[in-house]
Design a protein around this ligand. Structure first.
Ligand SMILES: Cc1cc2nc3c(=O)[nH]c(=O)nc-3n(C[C@H](O)[C@H](O)[C@H](O)COP(=O)(O)O)c2cc1C
Length: 328
């Protein structure tokens, strides 16, 4: 698939996730095989008011490219102006969120709220396409609910206004993040548009990635499965190429990736906030490792990076001793 000057064949994309896909996490996922990454969604109303948090989310690093900045909103002018601001931050393309299901977003006719009014969605998307020289893509859902699936009409309407690709979270708005995903709609959408179509929703394993591509999708986008396991991208690529599963990363690789992620988080957010916001990742990095529960409980309470490093060193020794005990 090609989006502007980015070409990836059967690419694996990191889904935009609020409070997760900040620059440190995106850089880790790129290193571990994600082909394209997305920022968290950014409020257009926040951007046009220069809200500090919204502006901070515009930061992109060269080593994470290709990267998309995702914006959302329910007013054309605010979306157009925020697209111009996003463009100044230098992403590779701009993505519009037309899929967020949370109440305070849909209440402002933004996110998945636009699925109730496809012409409004088209208007908003057009205003962004016209405001920027960058390629524009959209991420949306199948429809508002099962009785109003509009994805094929929406795909055509958005292709008509010039989007470069469409990512589809294969659920309706009323499903939130739960319940069955309906990947079969990808095939239907592929029949009616010629832009790339990206499958999203419940891709959790390398086997799921392979099944996803059987729908004819141009790329697969992975969200939650990457939070606990950012190695999923390289695992899925290896599985696709060889039919073999890579061994799960060992303790050393997990700890060095975690510490690198933590370091980048502290550089980006400052030491205190970087440490606090990293706490949600310890569970994933330590997953399935021996003696993990106890060390995780301690790590999530620590506020000092030196203390974390020395606890990790002690943990390595504990695991070595544990493994020696098993051999004896
Ligand atoms: C914590 C969290 C935050 C999310 N934030 C966003 C967001 O900012 N923008 C967006 O388009 N989707 C967001 N989503 C939806 C995901 O991008 C994705 O569509 C959804 O999780 C389904 O994919 P998955 O099953 O691979 O996780 C979020 C999902 C989660 C779990």
């Amino acid at each position: 698939m090609t989006i502007g000057n980015i070409t990836v064949e059967q690419g694996l994309l990191l889904a935009p996730m609020e409070d997760v896909t900040d620059p440190p996490f995106r850089r880790i996922c790129r290193r571990l095989g994600a082909d394209i990454v997305y920022t968290e969604f950014i409020s257009s109303e926040g951007l046009i008011r220069d809200a500090r948090r919204s502006l901070q989310k515009l930061t992109v690093y060269d080593d994470e490219r290709p990267v998309a900045i995702q914006i959302f909103g329910g007013r054309d002018e605010a979306m157009a102006e925020s697209a111009r601001k996003a463009e100044e931050a230098g992403p590779d393309f701009i993505d519009i969120n037309c899929g967020c299901w949370v109440k305070n977003v849909v209440a402002r006719n933004a996110g998945a709220g636009l699925l109730k009014d496809p012409p409004a969605m088209q208007r908003i998307v057009r205003s962004v396409v016209e405001a920027t020289k960058l390629p524009v893509t959209v991420k949306t859902r199948l429809g508002w609910d099962r009785s109003s699936i509009v994805i094929t009409e929406v795909a055509q309407m958005l292709e008509d206004v010039g989007i470069h690709a469409l990512a589809i979270h294969c659920r309706t708005r009323d499903q939130g993040h739960e319940g069955i995903t309906s990947w079969e709609y990808i095939e239907q959408v592929k029949k009616v548009v010629s832009i790339p179509v990206i499958l999203n929703g419940d891709v959790k394993t390398p086997q799921d990635v392979l099944r996803g591509f059987e729908t004819g999708t141009d790329a697969v986008m992975i969200g939650r499965a990457a939070i606990g396991n950012p190695w999923i991208f390289q695992q899925a690529k290896h599985y696709r190429a060889t039919g073999q599963m890579l061994p799960t990363p060992d303790l050393n690789e997990r700890l060095s990736t975690a510490l690198d992620h933590l370091r980048m988080g502290m550089e980006y957010k400052g030491e205190r906030l970087g440490l606090v916001e990293f706490r949600k990742y310890w569970g994933g990095y330590l997953h399935s490792m021996p003696l993990a529960a106890a060390v995780r409980k301690e790590l999530v309470l620590m506020n000092d990076v030196e203390e974390i490093h020395s606890r990790i060193e002690r943990y390595r020794e504990e695991v070595e001793e544990f493994n020696r005990g098993k051999e004896e």
